[in-house]
Design a protein around this ligand. Structure first.
Ligand SMILES: [Zn+2]
Length: 338
């Protein structure tokens, strides 16, 4: 098959790779219907995270099960499935607590920007849709594999409740879907922080009521202004830089929570400031497996359309352009069709 390999910063190649095979009896092989480029892939693409060897890329996927190992029971060939970027058994204490991305047997998914994918722990990792979905649902179903599940987790972790005022730091695909998630959870006011017009527009479409273009001190001041000096009840941190994390903490009222899902790069929190802030923190790699059944239902019933974050669709063999467009912020998120 053909698949995507990152050799060095900005050196994305689409090349011949071995067909994935069943290795463990709990594995499944999925023929991918769609895949995409993640904001977190850009950390490697830009050389901010080191690339030490040629690395198969991609961890967001959905498609048709082709083959299953001898221990797989609930997942069957022919089903349309979506899975998380971490394989999980769905049975260990951490999975039972809803934190599948900390599963005691977790395995990262790598190499999903390809035609086929091996998924370990298939019964625990994959969730099948009730029927074979129409093609127009596939982009939205694909987002549940990571980006929508991550935005949703940010809102759950920030304890968004009906009637709340919610601030969202970051206007990437995760931040935009954090807006959609907060809206779906009944937030009364959603403040999106963005200085890019097309992203502001999509944020409004997803339910943002206010846009703040300022950052740093001025950004905090703008949120305080909107909230009568109080701060947001809940804040979603969807970037992962030191600046965005401080922005999120300082935008939140005492007693409020920050859900942080941006992969941290250079974030070092000041213990005393954190102590005196009275702000709660929960974050990490989103346990998207927990949310898959609920979010699949919302997508299949047409209640949410998170696939709107894909503003560039390419054939898989043009994956390098998918990375370039996101790196240059010409695209919010690139969908790839094998
Ligand atoms: Zn587990």
């Amino acid at each position: 098959m053909q698949g995507t390999v990152l050799y060095a910063p900005r050196d994305v190649r689409f090349e011949q790779r071995d067909d994935p095979k069943i290795i463990e009896p709990a594995d499944a092989i999925v023929r991918l219907s769609a895949t995409c480029v993640c904001g977190s892939d850009l950390w490697y693409y830009r050389g901010i995270s080191p690339v030490t060897q040629p690395s198969p890329m991609g961890h967001e996927y959905c498609g048709i099960v082709e083959e299953v190992g001898s221990d797989v029971g609930s997942i069957r060939p022919g089903q349309f499935v979506i899975g998380s970027f971490f394989a999980s058994d769905n049975t260990c204490p951490h999975c039972q607590a809803g934190f599948h991305s900390s599963c005691q047997h977790r395995e990262p998914i790598l190499g999903a920007q390809a035609e086929w994918l091996r998924v370990p722990l298939a019964d625990g990792t994959l969730v099948a849709t009730p029927d074979r979905p129409d093609d127009d649902l596939i982009p939205s179903l694909l987002t549940l594999s990571d980006v929508m599940g991550t935005g949703w987790f940010a809102a759950v972790a920030a304890r968004v409740q009906p009637g709340m005022t919610v601030a969202v730091v970051g206007d990437g695909a995760v931040g935009l879907l954090g807006v959609l998630s907060a809206s779906r959870m009944g937030a009364a006011r959603i403040i999106a922080m963005s200085r890019h017009e097309p992203r502001q527009k999509l944020a409004r479409e997803f339910g943002a009521t206010d846009i703040v273009t300022e950052r740093g001190e001025a950004g905090v001041a703008a949120i305080k202004d909107i909230t009568a000096g109080i701060g947001a009840d809940a804040t979603l941190e969807c970037v992962g830089t030191a600046e965005s994390m401080v922005q999120a903490l300082r935008s939140t009222r005492p007693g409020g929570f920050v859900g942080f899902v941006g992969v941290p790069h250079g974030v070092n929190l000041d213990g005393e400031k954190l102590f005196s802030s009275h702000v709660g923190l929960l974050g990490g790699p989103a346990p998207v497996r927990r949310f898959l059944p609920e979010l699949i239902e919302l997508v299949c019933n047409g209640e949410i359309n998170p696939g709107k974050v894909f503003d560039l669709t390419l054939p898989l063999h043009e994956v390098a352009e998918g990375y370039r467009a996101m790196d240059e912020r010409r695209a919010i998120k690139s969908l790839l069709h094998p």
